[in-house]
Design a protein around this ligand. Structure first.
Ligand code: 1PR
Length: 535
């Protein structure tokens, strides 16, 4: 295309910028990748979606002579949009594994959130902006939330006042966006912020060409509780990838043929849930523990196709571990995760392999740095690593009957037992392990997990509500966000889990697939109950 419809993209290859590319393309622009510092200087408009760690990004920019070109470009007031780390790098320095020197264009130091008073770190999810002054690209923001995912942030001060265009409150105000002339940068992810995110990008790409949209009713004031749609995916007996759904993890129909239950096509359903207002979409490749996912190219293709149309965060799990294929070729878990990220995932979720890593860590008390969890979170940041826990309830007469943390249950067991512990399993619930959900959650938090996806085999597919005892136990035990999962059957189950526990998000599968409860009704119900959600 002619240069009027070209965006120059600075991608130094540290993670998933596929969604930024997809979002720009969906707005009618072609992308030219920066290869040399001259490409930066010659750009008509430059988008810089920083990903990965601050120090690694600065190293690449310095080595390639791009740091200087970026400074020149920005000082000349050329059209620029930095995203996330692409904003943080404009500051003087960062405390992330540092201090590390940044580009030094904006006064201030990027520091880590303190996790106190229930403000969980990473800051993950949809939060509200306070507009400080005319930011141009944020004109349509109204009462919309935007999507953040980060552990570090810059703070507003007298020295950077001329830059700060909006702030966000999360245990204190931090800088959500900066603007000076044609130079814009945002801490949140417009490419993951649904419609409003696309409109922010559109205003950057086509300045001054749209009338402001009418603002919605309602109120965005703080971090919203998330509603997540989950798609359990596997090949059926014919070899087609289908969305399936189990009852207590059994996904086969109770018929003579015993076929894998088929609830639809992964890409179609994910696209539908995005339109229906899902705040996030998760894919779990549920046979990943036995079928190697890089051999499972359809799954990667599902991610690529989904990320073309779905502009909210995508998580994918299943089969993230070291693997040697039939030809003796070894793949590290990091390679598997990298392939998922390249294909469009924003987060990866680790199940079985995290259980083994936690067991090992609790046994030796030592972090080897070698587990898939540690390696992936070191390279991509802990906000990109979810640990999926598949516990099964085991009733106890007395809490002293096991060495694992137990709870007094709200409903006694079949023999009147008043206590239970939650035993972790691997391989899709097929094998119980000598570790409880509580011990696992605390261990994986220390090993670098950024979020916990908390399932419960007993409740899965039952539609009788989330396991409140379990979710309370785990969400009070860790300071990273916890996603409640398994058992949603009605809108009231969502308000119950948010009222009774400290879960940050609630996930459901069956009720959405069977169209029993639309995502929109869940949101409306939560709003009515005074629980903040994204609309
Ligand atoms: O061990 O790293 O390969 O990861 C395997 C992943 O696949 C894990 O995240 C594990 O939870 C998942 N998984 C494995 N087997 C099954 C199965 O169902 N047979 N699915 C499975 C887990 C639980 C949730 C489900 C909720 C909500 N499914 O994903 O969506 O329970 O369901 P509901 O709302 O219908 O009650 P690895």
């Amino acid at each position: 295309g002619d240069s009027d419809s070209v965006v120059t993209l600075l991608d130094y290859g540290a993670g998933n910028v596929r969604s930024v590319r997809n979002a720009i393309r969906s707005l009618g622009f072609d992308i030219k990748d920066v290869q040399t510092p001259e490409d930066i200087l010659n750009a008509k408009r430059l988008v810089f979606p920083g990903v990965g760690a601050f120090a690694a990004a600065m190293d690449v920019l310095n080595q390639k002579g791009m740091a200087e070109a970026l400074c020149t470009y920005i000082e000349n007031d050329r059209p620029f949009l930095g995203i996330c780390l692409g904003m943080q790098l404009l500051f003087e320095s960062s405390e992330e594994n540092g201090p590390v020197k940044g580009l030094g264009l904006i006064p201030g130091v990027v520091g880590r959130f303190g996790s106190s008073n229930g403000f969980r770190v990473p800051h993950i999810g949809w939060n509200a902006l306070q507009i400080r002054r005319d930011s141009e690209i944020l004109e349509d923001i109204g009462n919309h939330h935007v999507y953040f995912v980060h552990s570090y942030r810059a703070m507003p001060s007298d020295d950077n006042e001329e830059w700060v265009s909006s702030t966000c409150n999360y245990g204190g105000n931090f800088i959500a966006s900066v603007r000076r002339g044609n130079v814009h940068a945002v801490q949140f992810h417009p490419e993951k912020s649904g419609d409003i995110g696309l409109s922010i990008l559109r205003r950057f790409l086509y300045p001054k060409s749209f009338a402001a949209k009418k603002s919605l009713g309602g109120k965005a004031s703080k971090l919203a509780k998330r509603v997540i749609a989950c798609l359990d995916v596997r090949a059926n007996d014919k070899g087609d990838l289908v969305v399936t759904k189990g009852d207590q993890y059994d996904v086969r129909e109770q018929t003579k043929e015993n076929e894998v239950r088929n609830l639809g096509k992964p890409v179609d359903l994910a696209g539908q849930y995005y339109l229906d207002g899902a705040d996030e979409v998760s894919f779990l490749n549920i046979t990943g523990f036995r079928d190697f996912p890089l051999g499972d190219l359809p799954m990667l293709q599902v991610l690529r196709c989904t990320s073309e149309n779905v502009f909210v965060p995508l998580t994918v799990g299943g089969g993230i571990r070291d693997f040697t294929d039939g030809h003796g070729r070894h793949y590290s878990s990091l390679e598997v995760a990298s392939e998922y990220f390249r294909s469009g995932a924003d987060k990866v979720s680790i199940g079985s392999d995290a259980v083994y890593a936690a067991e090992e860590y609790l046994k030796t008390g030592e972090k080897t740095g070698k587990s898939s969890l540690e390696q992936i979170s070191r390279v991509y940041g802990n906000q990109a690593v979810v640990v999926s826990i598949d516990p099964r309830r085991v009733y106890l007469k007395s809490p002293d009957d096991v060495k694992f943390k137990s709870v007094k249950v709200s409903n006694p067991g079949p023999n009147g037992e008043e206590y239970a512990w939650y035993q972790c399993t691997v391989n899709g619930g097929r094998e119980g392990r000598p570790i409880g959900a509580y011990e696992l959650a605390k261990a994986v938090e220390e090993l670098g997990a950024g979020e916990i996806l908390l399932n419960c085999i007993d409740c899965d597919g039952q539609g009788k509500g989330f396991d409140i005892d379990l979710i309370k136990l785990i969400s009070d035990a860790v300071t990273i966000p916890v996603i409640a999962s398994s058992g949603a059957g009605s809108v009231e189950h969502f308000s119950e889990v948010f009222a009774e526990t400290n879960a940050s998000a609630a996930l459901a599968a069956g009720i959405f697939h069977r169209k029993e409860v639309p995502i929109q009704s869940v949101k409306e119900h939560l709003l009515k109950e005074g629980i903040e959600v994204r609309i």
